[in-house]
Design a protein around this ligand. Structure first.
Ligand code: EPZ
Length: 420
C-alpha cells in the first residue's frame, strides 16, 4: 500500500507554484460539452479528479487531448449518446455536472449517481429542484439520475440551501432554456464565477455570477472557447498552513490574493505575518502562533475545505480554539486520526474544541477524505519523528505533486510502498 512518509520538524521555506483550481476544473470540463465545438482549457491541475472526468467525457463521445500537462483540447462534436454510467463517473462527485450540461444540450441525460467524500450525505435535492423547475422530468433509479425534457423553459429558482453544485448544475441546464432563468440564493464561490465566465466566453448570456442572484438568458447555440482556469485557493491555503505550522517562511505564487482574504485574515489573527502582492501571498511566523475561533461559511467566508487543515494548526497554536463547521453535517471524522498524533480535540456536534500548545508525535494514520488527508500531512510536518499517511489516493485526487512541492520547501517527505 502507498503511504506518504514524513519526518517532521523541518521548517518550510521558499516559493510554491499553485496549480489550477480543482473545483473549477471539475465544473468546466463538463461545461465544455455545452457547445458542439472545440474548446481549450488551460491551467488544469494534473490530478486524479481531472483524469476521471476526462475519462467520462471521452465515454460520452468527446475527443480529449492534452497538448501539455495542464492544457486540454476538448472536441465535443462527437457527443451524441448522453448516457454516462461508467466506472469513472462514480469516482468523482463532480460527475453530476454531466446531468446539467447534457440535459441542457440534448434534453436528456442518464448519469450514474456519483460518489464523493464521506463527510455527509451529499444530497442533490436542490439540483433536482432546479432541473424540474426548468421543465425536466427526473428519475433516480438503479443508481442512475435519469433526466428528460421536451423543452426547458427559463424560470425563477430559489435555492433552499446555498449550494455550489446546484448553482453550477442549474446554470448548465439553463443555458439553452427558452427565456430567462434566475437562480436566487446562489453560491458565490470563485469557481462558480469561473464557470460562468467560461460559458460566457462560449457565447452564453450569464450575469450576476459571484452574487447571490444569477440571471441566465437562453441562447440558441454556443461556440468553443479557449479559457485559463483560476488558481486553487484551497491548495494555496493548505501550503500557507503548512508553512505556519512549521514556523516557516513561504510564498504561494500564481494565485488571486482576493480569493484568499478570509484565509489570510485568520492566519494574521493567529499571529502570522502576511504580505500580499499581485499574484502571491507570503507568510512567516515572527513569534508564537496564537489560537483563534473559526467558523466555516460559504464564500467569502472561511472555506470548509480548509477546516481540517486549520484544526491541525490550532492543535499547535497557543491557547484553546473552537472550529465550527456550518457547511457539512459530519466533517470531523479525521479527528480520530489526529488523536493518534497526540491532538486534544473534542467534537461536539458541528463544533470542535481544540486544546493548543501540543507537541505532536508521529504515528501511522489513514486519510478519510481529500482534505483530511491534507490535514494529516500538515500534522506530520510538525510532528516529532515519523508519520505515515495511508489512503494517499484521496490526496492525489486534489493536490498536484504534493510530495515534490513540500520537499522543494524543505520537508522530509516521500511516497513509499509498504507491504501490508
Ligand atoms: C463543493 O461541493 C466542493 N466540491 C466541495 O469541495 C466543497 O466542500 C463544497 O462545494 C462547499 O464549498 C466541488 O466543487 C467538486 P454544496 P458541493 O452543494 O457542490 C447541502 C473538496 O474537498 N446540499 O455547496 O457538493 C450539502 O449537504 C470538496 O474540494 C443540499 O442540501 O457542495 C451541504 O451541506 C469537498 N442539497 C451544503 O449544501 C443539495 O442538493 C453545501 O453543499 C446540494 C447541497
Amino acid at each position: 500500500m502507498e503511504y506518504f512518509e514524513i519526518i517532521g520538524g523541518k521548517r518550510l521555506s521558499g516559493e510554491v507554484y499553485i496549480n489550477g483550481a480543482k473545483n473549477a476544473a471539475v465544473a468546466m470540463l463538463p461545461a465544455a460539452l455545452a457547445a458542439n465545438d472545440v474548446s481549450v482549457l488551460e491551467n488544469l491541475p494534473y490530478i486524479e479528479d481531472v483524469h476521471s472526468l476526462v475519462d467520462s467525457l471521452t465515454k460520452v463521445g468527446a475527443k480529449c487531448e492534452f497538448t501539455d500537462r495542464h492544457t486540454l483540447v476538448i472536441d465535443s462534436r462527437g457527443v451524441r449518446d448522453p448516457l454516462a454510467h461508467y466506472e469513472s463517473i462514480k469516482k468523482t462527485r463532480a460527475s453530476y455536472y454531466l446531468v446539467g450540461v447534457l440535459l441542457g444540450r440534448f434534453g436528456k441525460a442518464e448519469v450514474a449517481i456519483p460518489g464523493g467524500c464521506n463527510f455527509g450525505s451529499r444530497p442533490i435535492d436542490q439540483h433536482v429542484k432546479g432541473f424540474e423547475a426548468l421543465g425536466a422530468n427526473i428519475k433516480i433509479e438503479h443508481g442512475m439520475i435519469i433526466a428528460h425534457a421536451q423543452k426547458l423553459v427559463g424560470t425563477n429558482i430559489y435555492l433552499d440551501v446555498v449550494s455550489v453544485g446546484a448553482t453550477i448544475n442549474i446554470m448548465l441546464a439553463a443555458i439553452y432554456a427558452e427565456g430567462t432563468t434566475v437562480i436566487e440564493n446562489a453560491a458565490k464561490e470563485p469557481h462558480v464565477v469561473d464557470t460562468a465566465n467560461f460559458l460566457n466566453a462560449m457565447g452564453a448570456q450569464i450575469k450576476g455570477a459571484g452574487t447571490d442572484m444569477i440571471r441566465i438568458v437562453g441562447v440558441k447555440r454556443l461556440h468553443g472557447a479557449e479559457y485559463m482556469i483560476i488558481p486553487d485557493q484551497i491548495e494555496a491555503g493548505t501550503y500557507l498552513i503548512a508553512a505556519a505550522i512549521t514556523g516557516g517562511e513561504v510564498t504561494v505564487r500564481n494565485i488571486i490574493p482576493k480569493h484568499m482574504d478570509s484565509i489570510s485574515a485568520k492566519l494574521q489573527e493567529m499571529n502570522c505575518k502576511i504580505d500580499v502582492g499581485d499574484d502571491f501571498v507570503k507568510l512567516c511566523v515572527p513569534g508564537k502562533l496564537q489560537s483563534a475561533n473559526i467558523k466555516t461559511m460559504t464564500y467569502p467566508g472561511f472555506p470548509t475545505d480548509l477546516q481540517p487543515q486549520m484544526t491541525v494548526l490550532l492543535c499547535v497554536a497557543e491557547g484553546t480554539g473552537i472550529i465550527t463547521e456550518t457547511i457539512w453535517e459530519n466533517r470531523f471524522q479525521y479527528v480520530n486520526e489526529l488523536k493518534r498524533l497526540g491532538c486534544h480535540v473534542t467534537v461536539e456536534g458541528r463544533a470542535a474544541v481544540v486544546e493548543g500548545g501540543i507537541q505532536l508525535t508521529g504515528a501511522e494514520t489513514y486519510a478519510t477524505d481529500l482534505r483530511a488527508g491534507a490535514a494529516l500531512v500538515v500534522a506530520g510536518l510538525a510532528a516529532k519523528g515519523r508519520t505515515l499517511v495511508g489512503n494517499v489516493k484521496y490526496i492525489d485526487r486534489g493536490y498536484e505533486e504534493l510530495v515534490q512541492k513540500l520537499a522543494n520547501l524543505g520537508a522530509q517527505i516521500r511516497r513509499v510502498e509498504i507491504e501490508e
